[in-house]
Design a protein around this ligand. Structure first.
Ligand code: LLP
Length: 441
């Protein structure tokens, strides 16, 4: 069995994370429960940051916090010297409440509202990643009315699309995000901001995809961005200070996934950017990246209590857990695969095959199909690995199921990071029915 980060199997046969017995965590905090292994995240963060340092390259490693957003993880990211990528007023608000250093916050999004942009100016964040012409208009209006400067990057679609082991290059990309790099759009955007009194263009940004297992796509995209920067440099003496190559570094959900070490992605990027800039006599820019999944994905484990079981003779055996698509939509939405273990029987052989069903009223609410597990009894604790990215952050209250609690563990200690939603929380915004004809008469 593959164990992640600090996971071990104790003498008692239980799964431990960060030196803490997960069966005890399930008892203390209830289930479903997300458990985050902080040491694993620290390790990943320093894997990225230290590689840039080793090669003497100025960099920012921005945690793409859509993967998992809450006050405690932002405070942790601050401690780890990460920067922060936020994509909404809500994430920005959370970052401000967490006292995250505003100069290290980068704001993304293809439809940022006027109010969201105002929040960013109020907080004096480090950079806005500008996505479209409408946003340029809004930014001009806000910056001019406040006489306030703002650093910006242009998000571009470089015509490189990476997905897992392949990448494809297309002349033009059909994406809702960013300015097209090849058809003159980004040049038009450049014309609109060049020399602007308050909007300071630092450079370019691209994000080529998710769960990527090789470095070629990043190198190709970097090369294309630098080509454009070279053109602007020659024509307008533009000095590029920042090249942001996005996130998307792959992780191991199941044994089919063979991720690279963080330092390999970084080394390849550095190599390409150094070569391409040197060749064109350009200054070496800072390199920024935006890992989300690769920082927190493998660090998260979901604990569930197993309840009912159902045998469909000659077809399959279902075991049902006390959560499901409300706390992990990824299997239903993307056909995502996961590995798991019975946390209170982790040292026992896997003798049975089950399909893990959730408790929501939808037949597609299955978390794992046909997984070999230890013989299950109702009341056992199921641990599903690698749920730290896009699990809690995509959770919903479908079927009025309260969102789970989240705990952090490290060195034998544990702490609540997000408390479990209560039934009272669920009706907090509900109003009484008032247009009732009977009461009015
Ligand atoms: N930067 C930008 C501009 C992005 O759009 C994303 C992810 C990231 C960084 C972080 O990518 P990561 O390193 O986490 O792969 N809900 C989907 C993933 C959506 C990713 C959206 N953008 C999932 O559960 O797989």
């Amino acid at each position: 069995m593959h164990l992640y980060g600090t996971q071990t199997i104790g003498q008692n046969g239980h799964l431990y994370i960060g030196g803490v017995d997960t069966v005890e965590l399930a008892k203390e905090y209830g289930t479903p429960l997300f458990v985050y292994d902080l040491a694993l995240i620290r390790n990943r963060a320093s894997g990225f940051i230290d590689t840039f340092k080793k090669y003497g390259v100025n960099a920012q490693v921005a945690y793409a916090s859509k993967a998992f957003s809450c006050i405690a993880i932002y405070q942790f990211a601050k401690e780890e010297n990460l920067s922060l990528d936020v994509v909404s007023g809500g994430e920005l608000y959370t970052a401000i409440k967490a006292n995250f250093p505003p100069e290290r916050i980068h704001f993304h999004g293809n439809n940022k509202s006027y109010d969201e942009l105002l929040m960013a100016f109020d907080a004096k964040i480090g950079c806005i990643v500008v996505d479209n012409f409408y946003e340029i208009e809004l930014l001009k209006e806000i910056s001019e009315s406040r006489n306030q400067s703002m650093n910006i990057l242009f998000r571009v679609t470089p015509g490189v699309k990476a997905s897992t082991h392949d990448f494809i290059t297309t002349g033009q990309e059909d994406s809702k995000f960013g300015f097209d790099l090849n058809n003159g759009q980004v040049d038009e955007a450049f014309q609109q901001v060049v020399g602007h009194k308050y909007l300071k263009l630092l450079g370019l940004h691209c994000h080529i995809g998710s769960q990527i297992f090789d470095t070629d796509g990043f190198s190709l995209a970097a090369g294309k961005l630098i080509e454009k920067i070279d053109k602007w440099n020659k024509e307008y003496d533009f000095q590029c200070e920042v090249l942001n190559l996005g996130g998307g570094f792959g992780i191991r959900y199941t044994e089919e996934d063979q991720p690279l070490d963080p330092h390999i992605y970084v080394e390849e990027m550095i190599k390409t950017v150094k070569e391409e800039t040197k060749k064109r006599n350009l200054e070496m820019p800072e390199i920024w990246i935006e890992p989300g999944r690769s920082l927190v994905g493998e660090a998260g484990t979901s604990l569930y209590t197993i309840g009912s079981q159902k045998v469909v003779p000659n077809i399959r055996e279902y075991i049902a857990v006390d959560g499901g698509m409300s706390d992990n939509i990824r299997p239903a939405l993307y056909d995502a695969k996961y590995d798991a273990v019975i946390a209170n029987k982790a040292n026992q052989p896997r003798t049975s095959t089950y399909t893990v069903a959730g408790k929501l009223c939808e037949s597609g609410d299955k978390l794992i199909e046909n997984i070999d597990l230890q013989q299950v009894d109702s009341g056992d604790i199921l641990a599903i690995f690698c749920t730290g990215a896009y699990g809690y952050s995509m959770a919903s209250n479908y079927n009025r199921i309260p969102r789970p609690a989240v705990v952090f563990v490290e060195d034998g200690q544990h702490q609540l990071a997000i408390r479990r939603e209560s039934y009272e929380d669920l009706i907090l915004n509900d109003m009484e029915y008032q247009l009732n004809k009977v009461n009015q008469s």
